[in-house]
Design a protein around this ligand. Structure first.
Ligand code: PEP
Ligand code: MN
Length: 341
């Protein structure tokens, strides 16, 4: 017994009784209060709970189901939830038949630049606008992002185009202001195991895109999703963005095998970031096509009107015309695998 699913609208008193019962067996609990359902994760050695005791808990008022899940990640696992999770971002559904494309510059640079890129990616068919305002740069001397000013420009681009926004949070201290503007919170590769940050985003009511850590295994990545979900935020999507291998010819090695594997292991939507995965603009289109072919639910692609002058990641950014062409090609790939875009 690892997970106790609580019936909707169960009074607090019934939940307290369940917790007391667990305590009496030497167990404790993590309560994940989601918008749709409350789930109790049982902490401790659950193998000592007998079948009879488990049946007794199942019969308690408020208990919908009691599950044993062998995987270390519970709420994120397919064993816990068989149907794919659909994440609704302002009417844009991620995880359904339609593949969503998030596009925009690596960094928000100024008002006119982000507005103009937003208009261009929108007319090419993108459904979500990306842009970093708080940037995780390897060098402290590199452009660090515009901070809140960047968020304001993103909001203006959203107002002009209607595109929902995704932007990165690096520090729990910035979370509140970022949530005032963004529709999806991005956790970058360098923070995949920043557990305090994961718990903080787990406590807010906004979808989270969790990028795979630079050298993270699939299991570690799913455990990080579990951290977020354990706090009640069940709207998590996983983003493959390349991992570090011995190969240096590309920026990272885009692990597309992760996509169909994740589809077996988890019900969460899977996103692919070919831009950071390869680091070279001319490899972005072929890897995007491949990502759609292997079953990605969404793509996140860097687009810039003038890549040579970009403040960050110009070498991997597509010009709007190339992005438009790519969107056209992706339609046919999507159709071939029974999806739309
Ligand atoms: C980004 O999306 O611009 C970014 C910094 O990504 P990652 O965390 O994957 O490096
Ligand atoms: Mn980037």
């Amino acid at each position: 017994m690892d997970i106790i699913v609580i019936q909707p609208d169960t009074p607090e008193e019934n939940i307290r009784h369940i917790l007391k019962k667990l305590e009496s067996k030497g167990l404790s609990a993590n309560i994940s209060r989601g918008t749709e359902r409350t789930i109790i994760g049982v902490i401790g050695d659950t193998s000592k709970v007998t079948d009879d005791e488990e049946h007794a808990i199942k019969a308690m008022p408020g208990v919908e189901n009691v599950l044993r899940i062998l995987k270390p990640y519970k709420l994120a696992s397919r064993d816990f939830k068989k149907t794919p999770t659909l994440i609704d971002v302002d009417g844009v559904i991620i995880g359904g038949n339609k593949i969503q494309v998030m596009a925009g510059p690596c960094s928000v640079e100024n008002r006119s630049n982000i507005v103009s890129i937003a208009e261009k990616v929108k007319s090419a068919g993108a459904t979500i606008l990306r842009g970093g305002a708080f940037k995780p740069r390897t060098s402290p001397y590199a452009f660090q992002g515009l901070g809140e000013e960047g968020l304001k420009y993103l909001a203006e681009a959203k107002k002009k185009t209607g595109l929902p926004i995704i932007t990165e949070v690096m520090d729990p201290r910035d979370l509140e202001v970022i949530c005032e503007y963004t529709d999806i919170i991005q956790i970058g590769t360098r923070n995949m195991q920043n557990f305090r940050l994961l718990l903080e985003v787990g406590s807010v009511n906004k979808p989270v895109l969790l990028k795979r850590g630079l050298s993270a295994t699939i299991k570690e990545w799913l455990m990080s999703a579990e951290y977020i979900m354990s706090r009640g935020n069940h709207n998590v999507m996983l983003c493959e963005r390349g991992i570090r291998t011995f190969e240096t010819a590309t920026r990272n090695t885009l692990d597309l095998s992760a996509v169909p594997l994740l589809k077996q292991l988890t019900h969460l939507p899977v996103v692919v970031d070919p831009s950071h995965g390869v680091g070279k603009w001319d490899l972005v289109a072929p890897m995007s096509r491949a990502a759609v072919a292997v079953g990605a639910d969404a793509l996140i692609i860097e687009v810039h009107t003038n890549p040579e002058e970009a403040f960050s990641d110009g070498e991997q950014s597509l010009r709007p015309e190339m992005f438009t062409q790519l969107m056209d090609d992706l339609k046919r790939v999507a159709q071939a695998v029974g999806r739309e875009i």
